[in-house]
Each structure stands twice: as structure tokens, then as C-alpha cells.
Design a protein around this ligand. Structure first.
Ligand code: HEC
Ligand code: HEC
Ligand code: HEC
Ligand code: HEC
Ligand code: HEC
Ligand code: HEC
Ligand code: HEC
Ligand code: HEC
Ligand code: HEC
Ligand code: HEC
Length: 343
């Protein structure tokens, strides 16, 4: 019984001490604010700054204010100070260098801010402050992805601190892109196809997507080439692959020897040693790859298509694969067949 009473007494005492401690801090903070009103003046106030200055500042014994000496020091160095109350952000598959170095104040105000989440500017400006090359690119490229400026801008795709995906990505790249590209997007007078559906209804998906997601071909931010492509690729029916630069995109990953005139190894699209890729593409008004192949996906092996756009017309393409080659009927020609080994 005696022990219990002492316990109660001690607890009571502790409470009183804490109470008066809190009262002291409140009074002290009110005093600080008489001279430092500005620190908490912005609409978004950091909770501890609204409560007590002494959580993070402590007197170093010198008079304050004074011309010579600084009267206050931080109770703890950065970023340890922040990690007293916030989860550690310095570990992860990708960690943003300023976060790794503990430079929280490169992006955040610590007392109060005009912006949510205490950033010194809203996104994308807070990002462009250091990533100015990207801002220049967005200003100067003919094709800019609106996602980098609209809505949550950079934060739609990137975490500002750290992530379990490379490049600080919020989710696996393909999933990230398909969050928006899961429908036909209409913008001004333009329409953009539903890519998620394209990948769902077709049996054969481009290995580029399986292996590298979408950024093997598209720049997610901005590009000189149309469709945000990282290298040249023609729109429309025709291509002249004599200048391989015209189809540079495909040859970022595929061997340009695919278009050698004669071969018995470089492509299976050949008649004997006559390369049918060469024949179709290597001339003025050569056929664009998209006349036969889907780019993201296709219903047949090698993403070969059943119909292709020709002007305003969807032209049927009847391709049949055989052990030694194949045959094809289109509106351009009656049945034509090829065989890799000519008997
Ligand atoms: C009588 C006015 C006054 C009061 C009260 C006051 N300050 Fe200051 N404080 C100043 C002036 C003046 C400066 C120097 C000019 C400046 O940096 O803004 C200063 C500078 C500071 C600085 C930056 C320089 C340094 O010493 O590290 C901190 C931090 C600071 N004050 C914290 C506090 C805290 C915390 C309190 C309350 C416990 C407080 N001040 C109370 C007037 C005051
Ligand atoms: C969550 C921790 C934290 C709290 C709470 C806090 N501060 Fe600070 N304060 C900092 C840090 C960190 C710095 C930056 C120190 C540096 O740049 O070296 C700073 C800097 C300052 C400065 C000098 C630079 C400036 O921004 O003007 C003043 C003055 C100041 N604080 C006053 C206050 C006052 C007054 C309060 C209470 C109303 C307060 N602080 C509450 C963390 C805090
Ligand atoms: C004493 C505890 C404490 C310390 C130390 C502290 N914070 Fe906080 N911080 C909080 C609390 C509490 C909140 C409010 C959380 C909420 O509302 O969910 C917060 C919120 C924030 C927010 C988000 C604001 C918002 O609107 O959600 C940021 C950014 C932040 N802190 C940054 C920092 C940084 C940077 C430091 C180190 C300089 C730091 N904090 C130190 C307690 C602390
Ligand atoms: C490169 C800029 C940048 C740096 C450096 C940075 N932050 Fe942030 N932080 C942000 C942005 C932007 C947000 C808002 C995120 C959002 O709205 O989704 C944010 C949000 C927060 C939040 C709110 C909760 C959350 O996670 O969304 C906290 C807490 C926070 N930061 C703490 C810190 C701490 C602690 C550090 C230093 C270790 C730090 N930040 C470094 C940009 C930064
Ligand atoms: C204080 C400077 C600074 C600010 C502000 C800043 N960054 Fe960075 N960021 C860097 C540095 C340094 C690197 C590493 C070098 C590089 O890639 O440019 C980097 C790299 C990155 C990377 C590549 C990471 C990787 O793993 O390859 C991404 C993505 C990124 N930042 C996004 C952002 C976003 C989003 C914002 C705004 C919320 C932002 N940054 C704001 C300094 C900054
Ligand atoms: C639609 C999603 C998306 C948006 C929005 C976005 N990014 Fe990225 N970002 C990516 C992807 C995916 C990568 C990695 C692929 C690559 O490097 O091409 C990347 C890479 C980066 C890199 C690494 C270097 C580089 O250029 O490859 C930086 C830095 C970066 N982004 C900053 C930003 C900034 C700053 C913003 C806002 C202005 C932003 N990103 C908006 C998806 C996005
Ligand atoms: C926040 C929604 C959103 C996300 C996430 C998104 N996009 Fe987009 N995307 C759009 C919109 C809206 C358009 C329509 C054109 C425009 O506004 O830029 C578009 C257009 C495009 C275009 C056609 C551009 C043109 O000018 O022809 C490509 C290619 C593209 N996105 C690729 C991607 C890739 C790759 C990713 C993932 C890294 C991605 N998108 C993630 C919203 C998004
Ligand atoms: C092998 C390269 C390659 C990869 C990988 C790739 N694309 Fe494309 N994408 C293209 C080409 C080439 C075009 C332009 C020709 C066309 O529209 O088919 C295009 C067009 C687009 C368009 C514009 C469609 C329209 O109707 O204008 C969007 C949106 C798009 N891609 C999104 C994506 C997304 C999302 C991914 C990842 C799931 C992705 N792409 C992966 C090459 C690629
Ligand atoms: C980012 C790299 C990349 C780019 C760019 C690229 N591809 Fe591919 N492509 C692949 C990968 C990976 C495969 C899977 C087969 C392999 O590993 O060689 C593949 C397979 C194919 C196939 C099917 C062949 C097979 O073996 O299944 C065709 C057809 C094809 N690509 C056409 C194109 C065309 C047309 C372009 C240009 C618009 C292009 N590719 C651009 C990486 C790429
Ligand atoms: C006239 C239709 C047609 C055109 C145009 C065409 N291809 Fe093909 N391609 C095929 C056929 C058919 C096959 C499959 C041949 C087989 O396996 O019998 C094929 C196969 C491929 C393969 C798989 C490897 C191989 O060659 O066996 C790649 C990669 C490829 N094409 C890329 C391209 C690229 C890049 C372009 C544009 C420069 C292109 N194709 C243009 C019909 C075409």
C-alpha cells in the first residue's frame, strides 16, 4: 500500500514538472515570437514550430539578441533532428542525393511555408531549382509531355526522397504510364490510343516493353521527335530506310544488318538469300515497319498485324506462317510467298 502511494505521488510530481515544463516552453515561445513573428507567418505551419521553439533551438548561455554572439544552437544536427520525429529516408533502392546528404532545407522550410508540405516552392518549380537542364528541355522541345507540368507534375511519377524503384519512381515504370494510358486520351483536337488495351487484347507484346518498360523508346518528359520518341521514327505509310537515320529508333536495339541486301542469317523474312526487309523498306516510298508490325503489340508472332492503316482505310493483311517461310495477301498484291530454303 505504501509503495503504491509513493508511486502515485511520484507520478503526480512528474506530471506537475512536465506541466510546468510545457508552460515554460509555451511562455518562452511566446517571447521568441514577439521578435520572430515572421517565422510562423505563412499559412502552412510546421506543427512543432507552432508549439515550441525550444524543441529544436536551445540557448548556448550567451545573451540573446546580441550583435556579436549567436545565442542559440540547434538541439541536434540535421538530418538527425528531423529523424527524431520523421522516418529515416536515407535508405532505399534509390535515394535522392540531397536527401542522402541530409539537406532537407534545400527543399523545405522548417517553420512555415506558403506551400503544402512546407516546400519552398510548388512542384515542378521546387524540382527545376536544381534540375534546370530539364526545365530548359521542357521549354525548348517541340514535344512536351503535359504530365510533367499538370496535376501533381513531377510527383506523379517520382518520390522526392527515396523509392523502391530505380530513378525514384513511385511504381514500376509500365504501371506508372498505364495509370493514365488506360483510356483514349483526348487533348485539343488530338486523340491518343488506349495503350493498356493494346497490350491486353494482343497476344504478342514487344520484348522492349517486357524488358525496359516504356522509356526504351519514349522520353517521359519531352523530346525533339514526335510522340516523345527518343530517336527518329516515321509516321505514316512510307519510309526510306536507305538512310537508316530515318528509322534510328528501331536500331537503338536491333542490329541494322536486318536491312542488308542479301543474307542467310540476319532475318527470317527472306526468300532464299533475298532479304525481304531490304526489298520492302530500302527505297523511296519503302514500306514503314508499321505496315506489317505492331509497335507495342500484335495479334501474331513478331507482332505481325491483321490489318493496317492505309490512308483512311483499314487494309486487311492476311499473313500465313509456314515452317520454311510464309505467305501474305494484301490489297497491294495477291498472294506472295517466301521460303528461306528454296528447293
Ligand atoms: C528581443 C527580441 C528577440 C527575442 C525575444 C528573441 N530573439 Fe532571436 N533574434 C533576435 C535578433 C535581433 C536576431 C538577429 C537578427 C536575425 O538574425 O534575425 C535573432 C536571431 C535569432 C536566431 C538566429 C541566430 C542565432 O542566434 O542562431 C535564432 C535561431 C533565434 N534568434 C532564436 C530565438 C529563440 C528560439 C527565441 C526565444 C527563446 C528568440 N530568438 C528570442 C531577436 C530576438
Ligand atoms: C523542427 C525544429 C525547429 C523548430 C520547432 C523551430 N526551429 Fe527555428 N530553425 C530550425 C532550423 C533547422 C533552422 C536552420 C538553422 C540553419 O540554417 O543552420 C532554424 C533557424 C531559425 C532562425 C534563423 C534563420 C531564420 O529562418 O530566420 C530563427 C530566427 C529561428 N529558427 C527561430 C525560431 C523560432 C522563433 C521558433 C519557434 C516559433 C523556431 N525557430 C522553431 C529548426 C526549428
Ligand atoms: C519534434 C518533432 C518534429 C521534428 C524534430 C521535426 N518534425 Fe516535421 N513534423 C512534425 C509533425 C508532428 C508534423 C505534422 C504531421 C502531420 O500533420 O501528419 C510534421 C510535418 C512535417 C512536414 C509535412 C508538413 C505537412 O503539411 O504535412 C514536413 C515537410 C516536415 N515535417 C519536415 C521536417 C524537417 C525537414 C525537419 C527537420 C529540420 C522536421 N520536420 C523536424 C514533427 C517534427
Ligand atoms: C528534393 C527536395 C526535397 C528534399 C531534399 C527533401 N524533401 Fe521532403 N518533401 C519534398 C516534397 C516535394 C514533398 C511533398 C510530397 C508530396 O506532396 O507528395 C515532401 C514531403 C515531405 C514530408 C511529408 C510527408 C511525405 O513524405 O510526403 C516530410 C515529413 C518530409 N518531406 C521530410 C523531409 C526530410 C526529413 C528531409 C531531409 C531528410 C526531406 N524531406 C528532404 C521535397 C523534398
Ligand atoms: C537541391 C538540389 C535538388 C533538388 C531541389 C531536386 N533534385 Fe533531383 N537530383 C539532384 C541531384 C544532385 C541528383 C543526382 C544527379 C542528377 O541526376 O542530376 C538528382 C537526381 C534526381 C533523379 C534521378 C535519380 C536516379 O536515381 O537516377 C530524379 C528522378 C530526381 N532527381 C527528381 C527530382 C524531383 C522530382 C525533384 C523535385 C521534387 C528534384 N529532383 C529536386 C538534386 C536535386
Ligand atoms: C510521366 C512520368 C514522369 C513525370 C511526370 C516526370 N518524370 Fe522524371 N522520369 C520518369 C522516368 C520513367 C524516368 C526514367 C527513364 C528515363 O531516364 O528516360 C525519369 C527520369 C528522371 C530523371 C533522371 C535523369 C533523366 O533525365 O533520365 C530526372 C532527374 C527526372 N526524371 C526528373 C523529373 C522532374 C524534375 C520532373 C518534373 C518536372 C519529372 N521528372 C517528371 C518519369 C517521369
Ligand atoms: C498523369 C497522367 C499521365 C501519365 C502518368 C503518363 N501520361 Fe503520357 N500522356 C498523358 C496525356 C494527358 C497525354 C496527351 C498529350 C499531352 O498532353 O502531352 C499523354 C501523351 C503521351 C504520349 C504521346 C505524346 C505525343 O505528343 O504524341 C506518349 C508517347 C506518352 N504519353 C507516353 C507516356 C509514358 C511513356 C508514360 C510513363 C513514363 C506516361 N505517358 C505517363 C498523361 C499521362
Ligand atoms: C519499341 C519502342 C516503343 C516502346 C517500348 C513503347 N512505345 Fe509507345 N510508341 C512507339 C512508337 C514508334 C509510337 C508512334 C507510332 C504509333 O503510334 O504506333 C508510339 C506511340 C505511343 C503513344 C501515342 C499513341 C497515339 O495514338 O498517338 C503513346 C500514348 C505511347 N506510345 C505510350 C507508350 C507506353 C505507355 C509504353 C509502355 C507501356 C510504350 N508506349 C512503349 C514506340 C514505343
Ligand atoms: C529498347 C530496345 C528496343 C527498341 C528501341 C526496339 N526494339 Fe524491337 N525488340 C526488343 C526486344 C528486347 C525484343 C525481344 C526479342 C529479343 O530479345 O531480341 C524485340 C523484338 C521485336 C520484334 C519481334 C521479334 C522477336 O524475336 O520476337 C519485332 C518485330 C520488333 N522488335 C520490331 C521493332 C521495331 C519495328 C522497332 C522500331 C519501332 C523496335 N523493334 C525497336 C527491343 C527493342
Ligand atoms: C512487308 C512487311 C514487313 C515490313 C515492312 C517490316 N517487316 Fe519485320 N518482319 C516481317 C515478317 C513477315 C517477319 C517474320 C518473318 C519470318 O519469321 O518468317 C518479320 C520479322 C522481323 C523481326 C524479327 C527478326 C527477323 O528478322 O526474323 C524484326 C526485329 C523485324 N521484323 C523488324 C522490322 C523493322 C525494324 C522494320 C522496319 C524497318 C520491319 N521489320 C519492317 C515483315 C515486315
Amino acid at each position: 500500500m505504501k509503495k503504491f502511494c509513493t508511486g502515485i505521488l511520484l507520478l503526480g510530481l512528474l506530471f506537475t514538472v512536465l506541466q510546468s515544463g510545457a508552460q515554460d516552453k509555451k511562455k518562452e515561445t511566446a517571447k521568441c515570437l514577439e521578435c520572430h513573428k515572421k517565422v510562423n507567418e505563412n499559412p502552412f505551419v510546421h506543427k512543432p514550430s507552432g508549439r515550441s521553439c525550444l524543441t529544436c533551438h536551445e540557448s548556448n548561455g550567451k545573451p540573446h539578441p546580441s550583435d556579436k554572439a549567436e545565442g542559440f544552437k540547434l538541439t541536434e544536427k540535421l538530418p538527425a533532428l528531423c529523424y527524431q520525429c520523421h522516418d529515416d529516408m536515407s535508405e532505399g533502392k534509390s535515394v535522392h542525393p540531397p536527401v542522402k546528404r541530409g539537406f532537407c532545407l534545400d527543399c523545405h522550410e522548417v517553420h512555415s511555408s506558403k506551400n503544402q508540405k512546407l516546400t519552398f516552392a510548388a512542384s515542378p518549380e521546387v524540382c527545376f531549382f536544381c534540375h534546370s537542364e530539364l526545365e530548359k528541355k521542357a521549354d525548348n522541345s517541340g514535344h512536351v509531355h503535359s504530365a510533367i507540368r499538370e496535376g501533381n507534375s513531377c510527383l506523379t511519377c517520382h518520390s522526392p526522397h527515396m523509392a523502391s524503384q530505380p530513378r525514384l519512381l513511385q511504381a514500376e515504370e509500365k504501371e506508372l504510364c498505364l495509370q493514365c494510358h488506360d483510356k483514349v486520351i483526348r487533348k485539343d483536337s488530338l486523340g491518343f490510343r488506349n495503350i493498356k488495351k493494346e497490350l491486353e487484347i494482343n497476344r504478342f507484346i514487344h520484348g522492349a516493353i517486357e524488358k525496359n518498360g516504356c522509356s526504351g523508346c519514349h522520353d517521359p518528359h519531352a523530346a525533339t521527335d514526335s510522340k516523345l520518341l527518343k530517336a527518329a521514327f516515321p509516321q505514316g505509310t512510307y519510309v526510306n530506310a536507305k538512310d537508316k537515320q530515318n528509322v534510328a529508333l528501331c536500331f537503338k536495339c536491333h542490329d541494322p544488318a536486318l536491312l542488308e541486301k542479301k543474307t542467310t542469317t540476319l532475318t527470317s523474312f527472306r526468300n532464299g538469300e533475298q532479304n525481304l526487309h531490304f526489298k520492302h523498306t530500302y527505297k523511296f516510298k519503302g514500306r514503314n515497319c508499321t505496315n506489317c508490325h505492331g509497335i507495342h503489340a500484335g495479334p501474331n508472332q513478331f507482332m505481325l498485324l491483321d490489318e493496317v492503316k492505309f490512308g483512311n482505310w483499314m487494309m486487311p493483311l492476311k499473313y500465313t506462317r509456314t515452317e520454311q517461310g510464309g505467305s501474305c495477301i494484301t490489297a497491294c498484291h495477291a498472294v506472295k510467298s517466301y521460303a528461306r530454303t528454296i528447293q
